[in-house]
Write a protein that binds this ligand. Structure first.
Ligand code: ADP
Length: 842
């Protein structure tokens, strides 16, 4: 408001100054014009004067010439003539705009022309006839006369110009005066307006100071009110800035008062509040506020920590000197919302339950109606029938409308009714909640049947008796249902027998007939003990505390091996699988019976074969040992004698004999090597020494000592990581290392052999030892083969050997509970690995 006034005031001041400027510019233009006229008038006057002077000069010149005849006068005459001509032309030109002057000019011109004509004449006379004639001509005074006339006219022209000059000067003065006045007035006006604006600003600001004071005052006054309010209260100005608030507001939003004052209300109520403060041109702030007012508006508030909570706000405008402020009462409605949600959930739950109840009632009715094999109906506490299902209609022969409302005693034979049996049943049921029995019943057509019945008392939640239900079925129909089971039983591959709790066979299949040699009729109703003398019936005796199902469950799932007895008295091994079968007559037991004669036979055969295998294996081993051991002796003899032969008769017989003897010696050596290796193989793992804690490094050290010559000769470099101590057989571990390191050096390539031994532990508590070499390597297809006895990849003339070393390693390691394998690539070297379990010393 204030700024608008100030703007207006300064605007008009500037406008006034602009007008003043325009006026002075205009007057400046006009005065310049007047100036030009004054200058113009002066010019005309001057030229007229010049013209007069030239004419006078011309007059005196021709007279001088006439008197003296001097040429110099003639020259000056011509110069004056020229000058007069020019000035005359100028005057004509300058006075073109003044008709009065133009009017006079021809007279002046003709006078001048006369004058010139006369002068020419005098000059000519002087030149032609001399001084005399010339003097005569001039004495006539004609020249003098016309000169006066000329002067007079020039004066007239000059006077006219002077008159105009006076007029124009007056005009300029007048205009200047006007301009001055306009300037003075304009400036004064501008100053006045500016002063007025300044004064107004001063007054406004002092008023504003007052308003601020009022605000402070108001704050003091309202603070008390605000603090007394139960809700958070926030006063906001039209700019959406918070002006005042109470302690509750501080608490609810988690800010301190000084943090909130001056803040945008948007920071604590992000949506919906600030929008309401925007008063457009057509509405006042009050209108804008009034629109949704009166009802609480539900929004959400944001705390200092960023969390949001539901709030309800009530806005009301508050007239103040600063304009309209808005007071907002803010209530945290989290609890209410929670309660509302809870209520809504309860309501939904209630509706769901209702629906479910209705549905379950419906489906229950449909279910009951769908049951054909059981009569199901309900009675009131006195036994009057209130509902009736399709099964009941089928079994008892009454349609629902014929029986509802009648007492259920109509299903009893007359003798039972006499005894008061129906009432007794109801009493029994009411007392225990449930009553079961088998009894005679009468159909609508008077025919009788034996039924199995279950009565249940129906009580409401308060425990009051509301009626009874009867659930019954015609026992004579059970045979039919048995037919259904039979089809199932026949499909089974084993003999199947169904037995009731009394141990009587109820059902059986063809396989059972065949296996036990009875016909079906002979078996149905018989005790199961007759065909399975032991073990089966025992399982059916359900003592007081256990249910039959529990008794069965004890052993169910695993096959039980028993003996079956055929009709002819012979017995055969069987395996039975029992499972309980819930039926309307109580729990039955289904037994699948398998004749295991054949299986037993093949098992026996297997056991025998394995035994035989082991025996022959042992014998073989024994034989190999004995053979190699006993063969050593004669072989040693053959070897020493052939060596003796070689020593003694070398070079004495012919060369063929020498060669033959050499072959024999060589053969003996090989034979000895083979036998030694064989012996080692048959001994491997059999010496049965107790295992002990062995240092892997010691075992390797032992092997390297045995291999010292080989290592030295080949220049091999054998290295190893630190190796673990392990529970095993030291000699055998040394042997394995020796074979593997020996092979690594033997099957070397052109390079210096390098062998590295290392060990790692796996998650399965196993140590894996590796012997890596840089030798010839092995193609993958031989990875398995090299561990078989006598299998070699190289000929004897390439590398010495028997093909037993790795077989020994494999045997030894397997006896120790380990395994061995190889990883290799031809020409890239091989890594033999073996695994040994890490076990405690035993
Ligand atoms: P032998 O060394 O007496 O022939 P082995 O059972 O120790 O018998 O080895 C069987 C075969 O496996 C060897 O003939 C050889 O061809 C191959 N072999 C064994 N170790 C290596 C090795 N480190 N590098 C390459 N080939 C090997």
């Amino acid at each position: 408001m204030l700024t608008r006034k100030v703007q207006l005031a300064f605007g008009s001041a500037i406008l006034t100054l602009l007008v003043v400027g325009a006026v002075s510019y205009h007057s400046m233009v006009v005065s310049r014009e007047s100036d030009r006229w004054v200058r113009h008038t002066h010019e005309v006057i001057e030229n007229l004067q010049e013209l007069l002077l030239a004419m006078e000069g011309m007059e005196s010149s021709y007279r001088g010439f006439a008197l003296t005849g001097k040429e110099s006068y003639l020259e000056s005459y011509h110069a004056s003539l020229l000058s007069a001509d020019q000035h005359e032309a100028t005057v004509r030109h300058l006075t073109l705009d003044n008709p009065a002057q133009q009017h006079r000019l021809p007279i002046l011109e003709s006078l001048a022309a006369q004058k010139i004509q006369f002068a020419e004449m005098v000059i000519n006379l002087r030149q032609a006839k001399g001084l005399e004639a010339a003097a005569q001509a001039t004495a006539g005074g004609l020249g003098q006369l016309s000169m006066d006339e000329f002067r007079r006219i020039v004066r007239g022209l000059q006077d006219e110009e002077l008159r105009l000059l006076v007029l124009r000067n007056g005009d300029v003065q007048r205009r200047l005066g006007q301009t001055k006045t306009a300037l003075i007035l304009g400036t004064v006006l501008g100053l006045l307006i500016a002063a007025a604006a300044g004064w107004s600003v001063l007054r406004e600001s002092s008023r504003r100071g007052l308003a601020e004071k009022v605000l402070v005052h108001m704050e003091r006054r309202y603070r008390g009110l605000l603090e007394a309010a139960p809700d958070a209260m926030v006063v906001v100005n039209q700019g959406g800035e918070i002006v005042l608030l109470n302690v509750q507001a501080e608490k609810q939003f988690g800010y301190r008062r000084d943090e909130l004052i001056g803040q945008k209300v948007k920071n604590i109520i992000p949506e919906g509040f600030a929008e309401r403060l925007i008063a457009d041109g057509t509405r006042t702030a009050t209108d804008a506020l009034a629109q949704p007012m009166g009802t609480g508006i539900e929004l959400s508030g944001r705390r200092r920590d960023g969390s949001e909570f539901p709030i309800e706000i009530m806005l009301s405008p508050l007239e103040s000197t600063e304009g309209i402020l808005v007071t907002a009462a803010i209530r945290n409605i989290s609890l209410r919302k929670e309660a509302e949600k809870h209520l809504a959930q309860i309501e939904v739950g209630r509706r769901l339950t209702e629906d479910a109840l209705r549905e379950s009632e419906e489906s229950y009715r449909i279910l009951l109606d769908g049951i054909q094999n059981y009569a199901i109906f309900m009675m009131d506490p006195r036994g009057e029938i209130v509902s009736w299902n399709a099964g009941a209609e089928r079994i008892k022969g009454y349609a629902a409308d014929q029986i509802i409302g009648r007492n259920f005693s109509c299903f009893f034979p007359p003798e039972d009714i006499e005894r008061g049996r129906p009432a007794e049943i109801l009493r029994l049921t009411a007392a225990s909640g449930r009553h079961e029995e088998q009894g005679m019943r009468v159909r609508k057509d008077g025919s009788r049947f034996v039924a199995s019945l279950t009565f249940t008392a129906l009580r409401d939640s308060a425990g009051d008796l509301r009626g009874f239900s009867e659930f019954s079925h015609d026992l004579s129909e059970s045979k039919e249902s048995g037919a259904k089971y039979r089809a199932l039983l026949e499909a089974a591959p084993d003999a199947m027998v169904v037995v009731n709790q009394g141990g009587e066979i109820v059902l059986l299949n063809v396989q059972a007939e065949k296996q036990f040699g009875y016909s079906r009729d002979e078996l149905v109703g018989q005790q199961v003990k007759n065909i399975i003398p032991e073990g089966f019936a025992e399982r059916l005796i359900a003592d007081g505390t256990r249910s039959a199902a529990q008794a069965l469950a004890q052993h169910i799932g695993t096959g039980i091996a028993l003996a079956g007895r055929r009709k002819d008295g012979t017995e055969f091994p069987i395996e039975i699988m029992l499972s309980p079968l819930e039926s309307s007559e109580g729990i039955l037991v289904t037994a699948a019976i398998r004749d295991i004669t054949e299986r037993n036979k093949s098992e026996e055969h297997l056991v025998k074969t394995v035994g035989e295998l082991k025996r022959s294996n042992d014998e073989l081993q024994q034989f190999a040992y004995v053979a190699s051991h006993d063969l050593q002796e004669p072989l040693r003899m053959v070897a020493s004698y052939t060596q003796l032969l070689a020593k003694r008769y070398q070079g004495r017989l012919d060369s063929d004999a020498d060669e033959f003897i050499a072959f024999a010696v060589d053969g003996c050596h090989r034979m000895q090597g083979l036998i030694q290796d064989l012996l080692a193989y048959s001994r491997a793992g059999t010496n049965g020494r107790a295992l002990c804690q062995v240092s892997g490094e010691d075992a390797l050290e032992g092997a390297l000592t045995n291999l010292r010559t080989t290592i030295e000769q080949s220049g091999a470099i054998v290295s190893h990581d630190s190796l673990p101590a392990i529970t095993t057989d030291e000699t055998q571990l040394t042997q394995v290392f020796q074979n593997l390191v020996g092979n690594a050096i033997k099957y070397r390539s052109a390079e210096v052999p390098r062998v590295h031994v290392s060990a790692t532990k796996t998650g399965d508590n196993e140590w894996i030892f590796s012997v890596r070499d840089n030798g010839l390597g092995i193609a993958p297809q031989y990875f398995e083969r090299i561990f078989i006895l006598f299998q070699r990849l190289h000929g004897r003339n390439e590398f010495e050997g028997t093909g037993i070393g790795l077989a020994i390693c494999k045997k030894v390691l397997e006896r120790l509970g380990g395994r061995i394998w190889v990883e290799s690539q031809p020409e890239k070297g091989s890594t033999f690995r073996f695994a040994l379990p890490e076990r405690g010393v035993n």
